[in-house]
Design a protein around this ligand. Structure first.
Ligand code: IMP
Ligand code: MG
Length: 178
């Protein structure tokens, strides 16, 4: 079993880059089908979504636009409130939006982003999340495209960080519990 250490924490290999790639392909196929008559705008949530977002983008065959926003909702391995919102510069009125995120945990971030988008008068909002923690999710909105449903344990890699580190790991690692 392969483990890594980041600062004070040990993580165990959990999902491989290859397995992620298969889910990215599956999600891309669905989006290609669902949006074949539209030109959606994909909104990447910085920083965590960049790896997943770039991989997904390259597999889309439809016409699409992209934009980025930055929201911060995490402090170490514990949730805190959503803060520091940068972005949404373009006119999104009547656009179909797909939010691209690395992980949906409590759903606080998605709720904030979704509300911002509807205030900007978009036509509709969907979300593609690389990973999703159903046990932690507290919101009523359905998640449209999900790579992996995972238990409520902290993960790093493939864009996800622990204290800013680990985003460059190709595989996803899970916090080791004794
Ligand atoms: P939410 O607002 O609770 O859904 O949290 C979403 C954000 O929290 C994500 O975009 C991540 O930045 C961060 N986050 C949640 N769970 C994890 C995790 O297991 N590892 C790393 N970051 C996480
Ligand atoms: Mg994020």
């Amino acid at each position: 079993m392969s483990t890594i250490t980041i600062e004070d924490k040990t993580f165990v290999k959990y999902i491989s880059d290859e397995e992620i790639d298969k889910q990215v392909q599956r999600i891309a196929r669905q989006i290609n089908e669902d949006y074949k008559d539209d030109i959606p705008i994909l909104i990447f949530t910085l920083n965590g979504a960049i790896v997943f977002a770039a991989e997904l983008l390259k597999k889309l065959t439809i016409q699409c636009r992209i934009s980025c926003i930055r929201v911060a909702s995490y402090d170490g391995t514990k949730n805190s409130s959503v803060k520091n919102i940068i972005g949404l510069v373009e006119d999104l009125e009547n656009q179909r939006v797909i939010v691209i995120d690395d992980i949906v945990d409590t759903g606080n971030t998605y709720e904030v982003v979704r509300n911002m988008l509807y205030e900007a008068k978009v036509k509709d909002v969907r979300i593609a999340a690389m990973t999703f923690k159903p046990e932690a999710y507290k919101k009523p909105f359905p998640l449209d495209y999900v790579g992996f449903e995972i238990p409520n344990k902290f993960i790093v890699g493939h864009g996800l960080d622990y204290n800013g580190l680990g985003r460059n790991l190709p595989d996803i690692y899970q916090l080791k519990t004794e």
